[in-house]
Structures are given as C-alpha cells and as structure tokens.
Design a protein around this ligand. Structure first.
Ligand code: C2O
Ligand code: CU
Ligand code: CU
Length: 478
C-alpha cells in the first residue's frame, strides 16, 4: 500500500464491506492513521469517461477515508499537509482535549504546507462522527475535504450490514469544475452556497442494492457547506437510533421525514421489507419545489433473507455522557441575528437586520452579516476574540438559543454533546443529545450540558457561509 493511502497499519480494508454479514471491526489497539489533505481528482458528474473535477481531498479520496476506531481506545492521527495553504483537522463531535480540537489560532497553530501535526485522543463515545478542516473553511470543505469517523461500540446492535452514506453537495459548472465565487456576501446573508450536484460517498448516487428481509444500520452524514436535506424512504420505516452519534430512544421520525442539515448525522435501523426485484425511491424534498430523487433501494430478485423483521433490540448502548443537573444549572441566552430579513425583502432591496445593534467584539477577517449576542467572529476565528461567555467548569449549563433571523441554522458546539430539551417551549422527545442543533427561522431551543471539558470551544452555525460571516463565537470553560 502506498504511503499516500491512509491507514498505514493495514486498516485500508475498512472501506470494504462484507455483504449480509455483520461488519467485523478492523480497529484494534492504539495506532497511527495517516490523513493527508492535498489535491486530487474525482468523478463528481457521473460515468467513467465523463469530466473529472479538481478537488482537495484527504488521501486523494472523496470523501476522505472512512476511519474506524474503537470507543475508549487511544488513536494518533498523523496529518501531513500537502495543500498549498494552511489547514487543520477538526474531529467533529468527538469529546477530546481542547488542544486536539483543530481550530487554528485558538487551539493550535495552523499546519503549514509540508508540515505535520499529530492529533492524539481517546474517543469516549461510540457513534458516527466526521472530520474536516477548520481553516479557510468555505473553500477547504467546499472543495472536498471531509471524511467519516466511526467510533465502534464494544457491542454493536445486531444488523446484517453497517452502511455509510456520506452526502455532499457541490456547485459544479458545465465542465464539471467547482464553480468559483466562494464567500459571496449575498449568499452568505441568505441560505449559503447551496450547490447543484449531490454525491453519495463521493459519486453520483447509484441504486443502493439491498436484499429483502435484511436489517441495515444506515449512517447518514451531511458534509455539505450549506445544503439542508429532508429524506423520505418510500415504502420503508426507518428508525432513528442515534443523532450526531449519540444514542436516543429508537423512534420513527415525524412524518417519515429525516431532517439532515450540514454537519448532522443520523444512525438509522432500516428493515428492508420491500419486495424482491422492486425499486423504492429515496427522495430529498427539503427545498420547496426542488424535490429530487437522491437514490433508491433496489431489491435483488432473490428470496427474502427472513420473513419477519429481525427480532433483536434496536437500542444502542449509552455513551458515558454526564447528565446535566437542570435544577442547579446556570442559565445563558444566545440570540442569533442578521442576514436578509426574508426572501421578499431581499428582492425589494431591503436592508439586513440586526447590524445596527452590533458593536464590539468584531474579530477575524471578512464582513460580518450575522451576530450572536451582538458580536460577530468572522473567517476562521484566527483573530483574537475574547470568549463570549465563560462557563464554570464542572457545572451544568442551560442555554437558550433564540433564532431571530429568517433563516435556518444548524448550530454546533465543539467539545461537548448537549441534551436537546425544548423547542419553542415544547419538550423534545426521545432523549436526544446532539452536537449540532437545527433552528428553523424564529425557533427557540433549550439545550443543557455539563461543562466538564476545559478550554476555548467554538460555537457556530455549520452553514459555512454563515459561520465565516459572523455566526460564530468562542465559549470558554474554566
Ligand atoms: Cu464541524 Cu467547527 O465544526
Ligand atoms: Cu465541531
Ligand atoms: Cu446559519
């Protein structure tokens, strides 16, 4: 295996899947993984022979290699930068020491071209996570730098197959090149850079071949810059068993619709109860009037693997998350403002809201279009900005987030998973934890967590244009 391949220790096979058999873990003891961001080419437009696209990729693959590690076992991620610009790697959703969090200028110096940085951590939680740069985020993520990070449970739930869908959105021109114009302020004030082609595991989605009667664990990761998805599985009843890697009470989603905003993950259990030989569409209908078929479940003709669904529990083992003490929690409020007041006002040339109240705390480069509690951090958080709030370490904290804007925001906190308690005053069901919570326009969401992990942690919207245009701040735990 060449040096450019990941998984020096021979785990490159982790990407091979064994049909109809439980995935055998290939992760063993502490080991090195090589993650090498650099230029690459990918077929994002379809068939062989079609135009290929210049991308930035981990280990020349789109998406980056699927890294499978084990809960509670130490790993070393050796990152060698072969890009022509600074980068870092952020391990999204992993609770790890602040110095390993991958935020340039905040938790580490940027990794310069040609340099190496070794990330070492021990993932406390099993689940579906991912990794991506935290430098020049719009371009580095938008040109392809993203990969799945799966932390395996010691005792996984019983399924026939463990399947991963890394969903990515690209804006390609007619020649198949990545369109320029990252950071367009008009887009940044609205829904962000939503593209025109969606890939599944790095290529134009093909039929997903399934066998009648099998039970699949389907891990969904949305690595898009801005595209929000709402998936429907025609003829199937997926059960959500984990959100952002954290187990929840197994439940069917409201209206059968799986909302998946940038950075969010869902672990589903799907019993393939369709008919052999038939095809069932998987639709994304998030954007009004822009529904499209993402892929389909294509049943092979053979007879069902079993007649009745597998009679095995769906509930994943709990992760060792500290339960916040809501009675004695400290209370905080975060108000999200800015952006275009609405699509209609924008057409009429309306002014952006929330800008007048913005004072102090402007940091970074680029223009602030959004704010959190009246302050805006822009760019990648390189510049020094005092933390918005300091949370007492070891205490429970209860944070109310109010979205006063006309846009959707998947708000992400580094270093923690938090309980999602209420939405617009109504309790959120199914014991949900998350690291990224999606706020619809005018939503108010209450979250809580124990601030057990000291350091300076980013909190930002994961629509990357929003993040780099001010919907970002730093929370200190000390
Ligand atoms: Cu995926 Cu700052 O995060
Ligand atoms: Cu993160
Ligand atoms: Cu946003």
């Amino acid at each position: 295996m060449s040096r450019r391949e990941l998984l020096r220790a021979g785990t490159g096979l982790a990407v091979a899947s064994v049909m109809l058999r439980p995935r055998v873990s290939l992760a063993t003891a502490a080991r090195d993984y090589e993650i090498t961001p650099g230029p690459g080419r990918a077929l994002l437009k379809g068939e062989q022979g079609g135009p290929s696209t210049n991308v930035w990729a981990y280990n020349t693959r789109i998406p980056g290699p699927e890294v499978r590690i084990r809960q509670g076992q130490p790993v070393r991620m050796v990152v060698e930068n072969r890009l022509e610009e600074d980068t870092t790697v952020h391990w999204h959703g992993i609770r790890l020491p602040n110095a390993m969090d991958g935020v340039p200028g905040l938790t580490q110096p940027p990794i310069k071209p040609g340099e190496r940085f070794v990330y070492e951590f021990m993932p406390p939680d099993a689940g579906t996570f991912w990794y991506h740069p935290h430098a020049n985020s719009l371009q580095q993520l938008g040109r392809g730098l993203a990969g799945a990070l799966i932390v395996e449970e010691a005792e996984p739930v019983q399924v026939d197959r463990d399947v991963l869908w890394v969903l990515a959105d690209w804006r390609l021109d007619s020649d198949g090149n990545i369109a320029p114009g990252f950071g367009n302020p008009m887009e940044a004030a609205m829904s962000g850079r939503v593209g025109n082609s969606v890939t599944l595991n790095g290529s134009v989605p093909q039929d997903q071949v399934v066998r009648a009667g099998e039970r699949v664990r389907l891990r969904l990761i949305n690595v898009s810059l801005a595209r929000i998805m709402a998936l429907r599985f025609g003829g199937h009843s997926p059960v959500v068993v984990a959100i952002d890697g954290q187990p929840c009470d197994p439940h069917e989603p409201d209206g059968g619709r799986l909302l998946l905003a940038p950075a969010m993950r869902l672990d589903l259990i799907v019993d393939m109860q369709g008919e052999p030989g038939r095809r069932y569409a998987v639709i994304d209908d998030y954007y009004d009037g822009l529904a499209y078929q993402l892929t389909s479940f294509a049943y092979r003709g053979e007879k069902p693997l079993r007649v009745n669904p597998l009679d095995a529990p769906l509930r994943l083992p709990r992760n060792p998350l500290p339960e916040p003490d809501l009675q004695n929690a400290e209370r905080h409020e975060m108000v999200l403002q800015g952006g275009m007041p609405s699509m209609r006002n924008m057409m009429g040339g309306g002014k952006m809201q929330g800008m007048s109240g913005m004072q102090g705390g402007m940091a970074g480069h680029g223009r602030a279009i959004w704010s959190i509690n009246g302050t805006s951090m822009t760019g990648d958080g390189h510049a020094e900005m005092p933390p918005l709030i300091t949370l007492k370490q070891g205490r429970s904290h209860y944070v109310t987030m109010r979205n006063e804007t006309a846009w959707w925001h998947p708000m992400h906190l580094h270093g923690f998973s938090f309980r999602v308690l209420n939405r617009n005053g109504a309790p959120v069901l199914h014991n949900q934890w998350a690291d990224t919570v999606l706020l619809a326009p005018k939503d108010t969401v209450d979250i809580a967590f124990v601030a057990d992990n000291p350091g300076d942690w980013m909190l930002h919207c994961h629509v990357t244009d929003h993040q780099t245009a001010g919907l970002m701040t730093v929370i200190r735990v000390a």
